[in-house]
Design a protein around this ligand. Structure first.
Ligand code: AMP
Length: 446
């Protein structure tokens, strides 16, 4: 199956190819043809499945093939995508821009917490695709700065999260402003009764698409807690990575600042790392991700929001350097490791002031995460800060995505020096540092 088999315009195929995608994901293979037919869709799909392209590509195609309305609402949006958060709105907006690069369609992203006036200007100039969070959209509607009477396609993205966040009334108010005749696409990771009610009232004879669920991770992933003092976390992490010879480790921090600091520290300890978070430009994030996938970077340090929507999952190791404030984020984080039928490792470094967060997470998981003894470790002597000019390093030789290629990741867990439970190292994760590859700090975190 290729993108050309899905009936996409050459201009869209070109944009997709430029992203390096070779094959449609299951949600795209199933979703794109039915959206192109003009049908309503109810899709069960989580972030990471490629759902954004599954609705964005056919939406762009349909709009580019139809005539704009003339007269009063000639500048009014023809497609509306509602998302629960600003971050998701921004991400969807980026996707619309990326995939629509060769089409003469205009898009805008509007969300709260920022000045409303530039948004008004954009809307006045006219847009084809509007990506919005519900609250700010209603502000515009109240001020009559948006006209929703020309919407032909409505997408509710992450509808379950919108309901969780209490947006149901806002969504219903928005629905009341839309024309009756339109195409509706509803994406949700879960099917609660509330989602069913919303779908029943919204969708007409929808195509039902369900792609493999990924939130069974909580059952298949090996989870451990190390109880450790806050100031010892960095040294323990370095020890675990070094001793376990971990490669491709995704480490979560709570803050952008913390992510930067940790990546710097790891680099100084000779562990190639980069930080990704909301303050990094898209190109910096893309570069870091590419380095991580190629094996050039051993560690990616991420905040929850930056990691959301990034195609980084099925990794051997995920480390919660700090526990998330929201227990559901823990489930998302550990869902990045493991794969169907095979366990990955999720390790949490928990200090005294994170006890309550741990208790909340365990309540959501409905199980206790085993605490294992902290291995003995010596703080590592750090290399001096990197010099500004460094020769580019060669990519590592290993095949980082072996988990995706179906190679089993067997091997006995290692006992640490205390004879304690595994730290997560498994024999085939081991990789020798390629000959000539310096172990000194590098400047490639930035
Ligand atoms: P989403 O589920 O829409 O948040 O997408 C998750 C990630 O998958 C994003 O980083 C996309 O860039 C990426 N992606 C989407 N479609 C494909 C594809 N067909 N092949 C490879 N990566 C894709």
């Amino acid at each position: 199956m290729s993108f050309s088999d899905l009936g996409l315009l050459a201009d869209l195929q070109r944009a997709v190819a430029a992203q390096g995608y070779t094959r449609p994901t299951p949600i795209q293979a199933q979703g794109i043809p039915v959206v192109l037919e003009g049908r309503d869709v109810l899709a069960g799909a989580q972030t990471g499945t490629g759902k954004t392209a599954a609705f964005t590509l056919p939406m762009l195609q349909l709009l580019s093939q139809r005539k704009r309305p003339e007269g009063r609402n000639a500048k009014a949006p023809r497609a509306l995508v509602l998302t629960p958060t600003r971050e998701l709105a921004a991400q969807v907006g980026e996707s619309v821009t990326t995939y629509g690069a060769h089409l003469p369609l205009k898009s805008a992203v509007i969300f709260g917490g920022v000045n409303i006036n530039p948004q008004k200007d954009m809307l006045r100039r006219g847009v084809d695709i509007l990506v919005a969070t519900p609250g700010r959209l209603l502000d515009h509607a109240g001020q009559r700065t948006v006209d929703l009477s020309a919407v032909e396609i409505l997408v509710l993205d992450e509808a379950d999260r919108m309901l969780d966040m209490g947006f149901i009334h806002d969504i219903r108010k928005v629905l009341a402003l839309l024309p009756k005749q339109r195409q509706n696409l509803l994406f949700s990771a879960t099917y609660s009764n509330e989602i069913k009610r919303l779908a029943d009232g919204l969708l007409r004879n929808p195509a039902l698409i369900e792609v493999a669920r990924r939130n069974t991770a909580a059952e298949t992933v090996t989870q451990h807690v190390y109880r450790v003092k806050k100031e010892q976390k960095r040294d323990l992490l370095i020890h675990l990575i070094d001793e376990g010879q971990w490669f491709q480790v995704l480490v979560f921090t709570r803050t952008k600042h913390g992510a930067n600091h940790l990546a710097e520290h790891l680099n100084r300890a000779g562990i190639e790392a980069a930080a990704i978070h909301g303050n990094k430009s898209q190109s910096a994030r893309t570069k870091a991700l590419a380095g991580f996938k190629s094996g050039e970077l051993r560690v990616l340090v991420a905040t929850d929001i930056a990691a959301r929507g990034l195609d980084i999952d099925r990794l051997p190791h995920v480390v919660n350097f700090e526990l998330p404030n929201v227990p559901e984020d823990y489930v998302h984080r550990i869902g990045r490791t493991g794969r169907a039928g095979e366990a990955g490792d999720a390790i949490s470094l928990v200090c005294a002031d994170e006890q309550k967060m741990l208790a909340d997470i365990q309540r959501v998981l409905k199980k206790e995460i085993p605490t294992v003894p902290v291995p003995m470790f010596e703080p590592k002597v750090l290399a001096p800060a990197p010099k500004p000019a460094q020769s580019p390093r060669k990519p590592a030789q290993h095949a980082p995505r072996d988990a995706r290629n179906g190679k089993p990741r067997h091997g006995k867990p290692q006992n640490n020096r205390n004879g304690a439970a595994p730290s997560g190292a498994r024999s085939d994760h081991r990789r020798r540092r390629p000959a000539g590859k310096p172990k000194a700090a590098s400047g490639n975190a930035r």
